[in-house]
Design a protein around this ligand. Structure first.
Ligand code: ATP
Ligand code: MG
Length: 598
């Protein structure tokens, strides 16, 4: 400790909100270089290397081979897949002295695809899985929480190459298994949840979430084992209803009812519902929300979304699921339409918007001048009857039947997911929780192979496009998650698998004998193959030394102090706080078996 490049801090860094960020900085594991960009100090680097090693071993166990790409890459491959544009403001772009465009890679699908194209050409070369552990760069809008969301971070990214779907399924399953082993070895309880593929394209996808209050991802789970990212939750679709006997829709004057609440009140006064269903509620109304999508080209497109009035539109769910309805793939901007947008749509009457093929003021879902994309929540099925806007100020239409009186361009998962909603697989009501995304696996399919023309010859000598998977683990994020999962108010408490040392020896007090014995023990422990931190600082008080030992978080602390007069040293478990006095000559064996035993 007298020579270690380390300064522990008493105060939390001012910009730190979460425990892992505060403690990793205070314990001298990392230092901030710029927002979202960190320097690794010796102890931090040691933890990081251990996490990497566990990942390497499990990747190697499924036959994946390690390569290493540059982080600084030319524009062209990313242009070919359109990601140079699609990535939007998240991409760090730069130019060389000749003015040629480069980027700092946010992820490497293009490069791996091209590398395999370069060298392999036959079905006999497949299946193949390659990976790297490497710096990634993303100009995150809100770099926060230290290592949890960096602008430079380390990712393990792997890519699988197969000739057909069955091969891709097998590669995906192998990665999934490896990920479960990696997180188990790290001692991180991680939950695989269904996810949407988002801007990556492709089909099947799962995220590995570490459940914690400070997580930025909301997910849901049921007691019966369903778990999904909120973006990926699917709605239980009600059965269609026979509408042959449904009464005709009628328009009523409903002045001053621009909100769902005022509308429900007015409906119950003007046209009270009789029968078992009781008075009208917000769930009987159809709310039409006007959104503005900014396409990757920068163009602004208006989209109208119809949802039951008791539900809110969740923009993140819309963003994740609207892709197939837009004219171009890529990262989009999404917000509520503003006054200027609405002014341009003269047929949309704010507060009274409704779908209406059969209505006079036909606006949505109908051919004509004001044809706008009209998408609805999957609960709006044929035969359901609604109270909704009549596209005229102060008027609503009652008994507007879906499939009879109006149609739509498609359905979209877009409403807020609530605790108590049914799980789509019938496994019970959903509860919501928060988590940190530790890893993400995707079946990419042929998107990248097609764009970059990665083909091989199949058994019949025919050129076929390769199908790919892409699999990421946040390595630096894992270090932060480990700190989040393993700390108390005094400091870090590393699991043995990743601890920066096996044992922290502290010499407390003055006498020469204390220091000589502590030094000898440190040497013997080291000779026994353990990694030792020895606090040999001569003029530092016992309180400071113990405080530092607890802050650094090595799992076992061995204190040589006053007890030495009686021939004992104290061995303390950092996690339980339990301490035992052990005879000096038994201390090495005791510690070695404690370390090996776990
Ligand atoms: P997020 O939703 O958290 O922004 P992402 O879905 O964009 O992550 P992927 O592209 O799936 O991330 O990257 C694979 C893994 O890399 C993630 O599961 C995560 O563990 C890690 N990761 C992504 N972005 C960051 C970041 N800014 N800082 C640290 N780790 C990150
Ligand atoms: Mg992801």
């Amino acid at each position: 400790m007298s020579q270690l490049f380390l300064r522990t801090l008493r105060e939390d860094p001012v910009d730190a909100e979460v425990a892992s960020h505060k403690l990793l900085v205070r314990a001298g594991y990392i230092r901030r270089a710029a927002p979202g960009i960190y320097t690794w100090l010796p102890l931090g680097l040691s933890v990081l290397r251990k996490v990497e090693e566990i990942i390497r071993q499990e990747m190697s166990a499924i036959g994946a081979q390690e390569v290493h790409f540059p982080a600084l890459l030319p524009r062209e491959p990313y242009e070919a897949t359109n990601r140079w544009t699609e990535y939007g403001e998240g991409l760090f772009r730069l130019q060389d002295r000749k003015g040629a465009d480069y980027l700092l890679a946010p992820t490497h699908e293009e490069m791996f695809t091209l590398l395999v194209k370069d060298l392999f050409s036959s079905y006999k070369d497949l299946p193949l899985s390659l990976y790297q552990i490497q710096n990634k760069y993303r100009d995150e809008a809100r770099p926060r929480a230290g290592l949890l969301r960096g602008r430079e971070f380390i990712m393990k990214d792997s890519y699988s190459f197969d000739i057909d779907e069955a091969g891709l399924d097998a590669s995906y399953a192998a990665h999934r298994g490896a990920y479960l082993k990696i997180f188990a070895r790290l001692g991180l309880e991680v939950l695989p949840v269904s996810a949407t593929a988002g801007a990556m394209g492709g089909s099947k996808s799962e995220e590995f979430l570490f459940p914690t209050e400070i997580g930025e991802d909301t997910f849901v789970r049921s007691a019966g084992g369903y778990a999904a990212n909120v973006e990926a939750v699917t709605t239980v679709v009600p059965a269609e209803i026979d509408f042959s006997a449904a009464p005709a829709a009628r328009v009523l004057d409903t002045p001053d009812t621009p909100t769902i609440e005022t509308l429900v009140d007015a409906a119950n006064q003007l046209a009270p519902r009789t029968g078992d269903d009781g008075p009208w509620t917000a769930a009987d109304t159809l709310k039409n929300v006007v959104l503005a999508v900014t396409l990757p080209t920068g163009e602004r497109q208006i989209v109208v979304i119809g949802v039951p009035g008791d539900r809110a539109v969740d923009l993140k769910r819309v963003e994740a699921n609207i892709g197939s309805y837009l004219p171009i793939a890529g990262e989009i901007g999404l917000e509520a339409a503003n006054e200027a947008d609405l002014k341009k749509q003269s047929l949309l009457v704010k507060g009274y918007i409704g779908p209406g093929q059969s209505l006079d003021a036909a606006v949505l879902g109908s051919e004509g001048a004001a044809k706008l994309l009209y998408l609805v929540d999957p609960r709006i099925v044929a035969g359901t009857s609604w109270i909704t806007g009549a596209n005229a100020a102060g008027q609503h239409v009652f008994g507007l039947v879906a499939g009879r009186d109006f149609s739509w361009d498609g359905t979209i998962e877009c409403t807020d997911v609530r605790a108590g909603d049914p799980a789509p697989d019938g496994s019970g009501p959903l509860e919501t929780a928060r988590g940190i995304e530790m890893g993400h696996i995707f079946q990419l399919g042929r998107k990248y192979a097609e764009a970059l023309e990665l083909k091989v010859l199949d058994q019949n000598g025919k050129q076929v496009t390769v199908t790919m998977g892409s699999y990421g683990v946040g390595v630096t994020r894992a270090v932060a998650a480990l700190a989040e999962a393993n700390h108390d108010d005094k400091g870090l408490i590393w699991p043995r698998a990743v601890a920066p040392a096996d044992i922290h020896v502290v010499a407390v007090g003055r006498g020469e004998e204390i220091f000589a014995t502590a030094a000898q023990l440190a040497e013997d422990l080291s000779a026994a193959g353990l990694n030792v931190i020895y606090d040999d600082r001569p003029k530092v008080s016992p309180g400071v030394k113990f405080g530092d030992a607890e802050l650094l978080g090595v799992p076992t602390i061995l204190a040589v102090g006053r007890g030495l007069a009686d021939g004992v040293v104290e061995i303390k478990d950092r996690r339980s706080g339990e301490a035992e006095n052990i005879a000096v000559d038994k201390a090495v064996d005791y510690v070695v078996s404690a370390v090996r035993g776990q």
